[in-house]
Design a protein around this ligand. Structure first.
Ligand SMILES: Cc1cc2nc3c(=O)[nH]c(=O)nc-3n(C[C@H](O)[C@H](O)[C@H](O)COP(=O)(O)OP(=O)(O)OC[C@H]3O[C@@H](n4cnc5c(N)ncnc54)[C@H](O)[C@@H]3O)c2cc1C
Length: 374
């Protein structure tokens, strides 16, 4: 069977693209690894927040909320999201940072409020009172069930006839007589439409296709888990500091924490940095009474940004049939519904769906052209 669309990359960007594109096209997805979603998409904290600095990224998050809260019938069972909340605390000198965060959250329509020290301690009792002056609480921040989301995108696409080919590293891309001819090992697949959803590798894939790169930069972020010291802590909000020196994300089975670093890295497999983990454990010990004797597990992943830190979704006038979905930074999971929907619209040359338009998003804001001419 000859597909209409070839997608390169089987992370959350490629899987959401497959889900929405397969509603009107025959899709084949090629993934280099032996399984889908083993790179960045397997290494996330699974947080949904709209307290994001990039304007378009924040709008894409807001546009994705309705999908998470009420996915299409039959998409998944049980719920994709659960309430969590997100608390950002600061000392007196951090007030301007908290003011900016509040303004962003309000713009995105979040349920948010300023909290004083007492409120902050009621929400996250492990905070040390002397380290908190005030904070911002985003009450409708949520936990995303990332495994369920990824499986559900794949299942929806498979039900529409999409094919997923793992252990298929794309090494050559040619445009021949109006079709893209893509080679991965012994396999060659052709289609009129090619979607580059290769995450940190998206500029390398663009290079193979002879299409301009986006100037993407990848940054490593480490994370680790440690046990809950009290059972009620599983219901506490995600907490971070205004200077973003660490975050702790309670989950039913334990805490996930991170030094929240952004260390430049080349695309590839990355591992947690011991020094960064030690710094985070140290800071968490100063700001809270949580004691991390030894992380139960640790890992790292890449967060990949376009130069303006907003996501890129669209095509190139000079390269018909080529589209990219990349630069999702630290928000690739939480923006994936809107990114998949936007991609499906631009591939068809249609208007963006109502939830994106209602968040003020335009095709031009997402398009790669904004980076080429800036
Ligand atoms: C510690 C950490 C915490 C995070 N927390 C959150 C969070 O709470 N919420 C959130 O929304 N986001 C979060 N993120 C960000 C999120 O993980 C990413 O934005 C997202 O996973 C990017 O998805 P992707 O599909 O673009 O990339 P990837 O998942 O990396 O997928 C790209 C795929 O392309 C494949 N590929 C590359 N080159 C080729 C080729 N030549 N041929 C075939 N296949 C190829 C790769 O093998 C890879 O599987 C976090 C990230 C990290 C590291």
């Amino acid at each position: 069977m000859t597909p209409d669309v070839i997608i390169i990359g089987g992370g959350v960007a490629g899987l959401s693209a497959a889900c929405f594109l397969s509603e009107f096209a025959q899709v084949t997805l090629l993934e280099r690894e032996p399984a889908l979603a083993t790179q960045s998409s397997a290494r996330t904290a699974g947080q949904f927040t709209t307290g994001i600095s990039g304007d378009t990224m924040r709008a894409m998050a807001a546009a994705s909320r309705s999908f998470f809260q009420a996915p299409p019938p039959g998409f998944c069972e049980p719920a994709l999201v659960a309430p969590r909340g997100c608390l950002t605390v600061g000392r007196e000198e951090h007030r301007p940072v908290l003011d900016r965060l509040m303004a962003r959250l309000q713009e995105a329509g979040a349920d948010c409020r300023f909290v004083d020290r007492q409120d902050a301690l009621a929400l996250f009792p492990a905070l040390r009172p002397e380290r908190v002056y005030s904070g911002v609480f985003e009450a409708d921040a949520m936990d995303i069930d990332v495994d369920l989301l990824l499986q559900s995108y794949r299942k929806a696409a498979s039900a529409n006839g999409a094919r997923f080919l793992c252990t298929s590293e794309v090494t050559s891309i040619q445009r021949i007589a109006g079709t893209w001819q893509v080679t991965a090992g012994d396999l060659t697949v052709s289609a009129p439409v090619l979607v580059n959803a290769a995450g940190a590798w998206a500029d390398r894939v663009a290079d193979l296709a002879g299409v301009p790169g986006l100037g993407l930069k990848a940054f490593r972020r480490s994370a680790f888990t440690f046990p809950l010291h009290r059972s009620e802590a599983g219901a506490w909000p995600h907490v971070t500091t205004a200077d973003y020196s660490w975050y702790v994300h309670p989950q039913p089975h334990g805490f996930t924490a991170s030094p929240a670093e952004a260390d430049a890295a080349d695309p590839g497999d990355v591992y947690a940095d011991d020094l960064r983990l030690a710094e985070a454990i140290h800071h968490i010990g100063i700001d809270t009474n949580l004691t991390v004797h030894r992380p139960s597990a640790n890992w790292a992943g890449l967060r990949t940004f376009a130069p303006d830190r907003n996501p890129v979704c669209g095509g190139f006038a000079d390269h018909p049939g080529y589209f990219v979905s990349a630069g999702q930074g630290g928000c690739g999971v939480l923006t994936s519904p809107a990114m998949g929907q936007a991609l499906a619209a631009v591939v068809q040359g249609a208007d963006l769906p109502g939830n994106l338009a209602a968040s003020g998003i335009t095709v031009e804001q997402l398009a790669p052209a904004r980076l080429m001419f800036s």
